[in-house]
Design a protein around this ligand. Structure first.
Ligand code: PRX
Length: 566
């Protein structure tokens, strides 16, 4: 029997109180995610249960029980406190998927500070704008990433401490740097956890929009309520599961479902901190007997490409339930998974801003391949017309709207109230996606309502890439759009005009690509750069991305009446 039982029964009398009661929380109580994910699990008699099985390069493995997680997060929290970190100070976690990332996340929350996890492949510029917006006080990082911090240090007077968690003691430390080693630090047994309340801030995740700088999405400790229940009912986590969430905690799936969801219910999870290969992924599942696997469409399409024969070479019989998130999961991928793994990938839809799953497929529910499923109980969702009223006619496309009343809804965009307000209309939160709803109430993703590029499940702002391109000496003008791609669904494509004296050749293309990779990230790096004599512009001088995008997708170009074609 699945945890959710019957979806139709659950939605009848749903209340978030179900989760509150299971977690032993009452309105007004102290609620601290760090405590819920470690101390409480130990108090339930699971101190010796494995919490984390970690594997890094070369097959190196580390294992942590829930008691280890409790002690490690106490120890890190204590260290930060002694450095002067106070509640609501921002602490950036800039690390690969190493154990310290997961343990520090809880340590930061235990002292009431705000965790700011950032994808470790971010380059200098990406790192700088996010630290600058958050006015981050401390950054915890690794030797191999500290160079990026050093290069932008002068521009960050508010950053008082750079903690290196894997320093080998060889190279000298620079300004504001210190070393912390979980292995040698004195373990803190008794720790005073900061008494955060429901609305105390917990987390800042940065997400990219079409225009402007990335937005810091603020979440609060009360988000636990929906993260706990969605993980339980949708991922169907059971006490003896070995769970594998392939997402990086630099992004929302990796914190909501790669830390909080599983650990708040005392589930053993495993983490593979190496790059993707179909073979190593199957080996990892077989070796660890993964029973619940949560991944993303780009990875699934890559596995499809690797072929059926490879699946048969590995013992994947431990798998019981599999799910996907982050970008459209095409019907073929669902049908393929049913054939080769004996079960479909259950698609789920969430956003950095929503903090937890909004539309999903549930164990026991009929999966319609290609559909995102139905709203989670307690979520009021609709597809809206131009007046932001729900469309009642089936299969008609409109903007998705959610009534903003679930526990893990973002509370604000950090220091950006204006953009936050624009996300609402007629009482609905607008995630910026379009969908249809069929006659059975299933949601079908249509597309985004803006120019944001979703490459391999990661959002990239065309604006950020365009601005970074302009900083290259050869580039005079730039326009960035999504280009279709079989595996990543979309990739970044740039159109540029060059400054005089530069030759439009392959060598320059490579140089510009690398420039963006280092400055922003490998995700934001254009996969193709097309040189143009001039870019299409409106009469008021605005570059018409829409036209360039339509060309890439072989779509109708639409209204070009404002085009300046002199
Ligand atoms: O456009 C939707 C797409 O990813 C966006 C959210 O991206 P982000 O905030 O970075 O969070 C990523 C982690 C989930 C959404 O606005 N998206 C997410 N899930 C799906 C999806 N598009 C189609 N189908 C999904 N299941």
């Amino acid at each position: 029997m699945s945890n959710i039982g019957s979806y139709d029964e659950r939605i009848k009398d749903f209340s978030w109180k179900i989760a509150e009661e299971e977690l032993g929380y009452k309105e007004g109580d102290v609620i601290n995610i760090g405590w819920y994910c470690s101390d409480r699990i130990c108090d339930q008699g699971k101190a010796d249960k494995l919490a984390l099985i970690w594997e890094g390069l070369g097959g190196v493995e580390k294992r942590y029980t829930f008691n280890d997680v409790r002690l490690a997060s106490n120890t890190i929290g204590d260290h930060l406190r002694k450095l002067g970190v106070k509640n609501e100070d921002r602490v950036c976690l800039f690390m690969d998927k190493i154990p310290e990332l997961y343990l520090s996340f809880l340590g930061v929350l235990k002292i009431g500070a705000i965790a700011q996890p950032l994808f470790s492949a971010f380059g200098d510029e990406s790192l700088h704008v996010r630290l600058d917006n958050a006015q981050t006080k401390v950054i915890m990082t690794q030797r191999k990433h500290v160079g990026k911090v050093r290069r932008i240090l002068e521009q960050m007077p508010y950053l008082t401490h750079i903690i290196i968690v894997d320093h080998d003691g060889k190279k000298p430390l620079k300004e504001r740097e210190s070393v912390f080693s979980l292995e040698t630090a004195e373990k803190i047994e008794k720790f005073e956890i900061f008494p955060t309340k429901a609305e105390s801030p917990s987390l800042l995740h940065y997400t990219s929009g079409t225009t402007g700088q990335p937005k810091g999405v603020k979440h609060v400790h009360y988000s636990l309520i929906s993260q706990y229940l969605t993980a339980k009912w949708v991922l169907d986590l059971q006490d003896d599961d070995i769970y594998w969430c392939t997402a990086d905690p630099g992004w929302v799936t990796g914190t909501s479902y790669g830390i909080i969801g599983p650990w708040s219910q005392g589930i053993t999870q495993c983490v593979l901190d190496t790059g993707f290969s179909a073979e190593s992924w199957y080996k990892f599942i077989a070796k660890n007997k993964v029973s619940m696997w949560y991944s993303a469409p780009t990875a699934i399409r890559s596995l499809m490409k690797a072929g059926d024969a490879l699946v048969k070479e590995h013992d994947l019989s431990s798998l019981r339930h599999i799910a996907s998130v982050g970008e459209p999961l095409n019907a073929e991928a669902v049908i393929w998974s049913e054939r080769v793994y004996g079960m479909p990938f259950y698609d789920t839809y969430l956003q950095t801003e929503t903090g937890s799953m909004m539309l999903t497929n549930y164990p026991g529910m009929k999966v319609k391949p290609g559909s995102m499923g139905k709203p989670f109980p307690g979520i009021t969702a609709a597809v809206l017309d131009d007046n932001f009223e729900p469309i009642t006619e089936p299969s008609k496309s409109g903007l998705i709207g959610f009534r903003p009343d679930w526990p893990s809804m973002m509370r604000e965009y950090w220091r950006n109230e204006e953009t936050f307000k624009k996300k609402f209309a007629n009482g609905w939160y607008l995630p910026g996606d379009k969908s249809t709803i069929d006659k059975d109430g299933y949601y079908w993703f249509v597309g985004r309502d803006d120019d944001v590029i979703n490459t391999g499940g990661h959002l990239v702002s065309p604006f950020e890439v365009e601005s970074a391109l302009l900083e290259h000496e050869a580039v005079a003008e730039s326009a960035v759009v999504a280009k279709p791609d079989q595996v990543n669904m979309e990739v970044v494509k740039a159109f540029v005009t060059l400054n005089p004296g530069f030759i439009a050749d392959d060598d320059l293309e490579l140089k510009i690509m690398n420039f963006i990779r280092k400055k922003l990230s490998p995700l934001a790096m254009p996969q193709e750069i097309e040189y143009m004599e001039k870019l299409p512009k409106t009469r008021s001088g605005k570059i018409m991305r829409r036209m360039l995008r339509a060309k890439e997708w072989g779509e109708e170009i639409g209204d070009t009446s404002t085009l300046d074609d002199e």
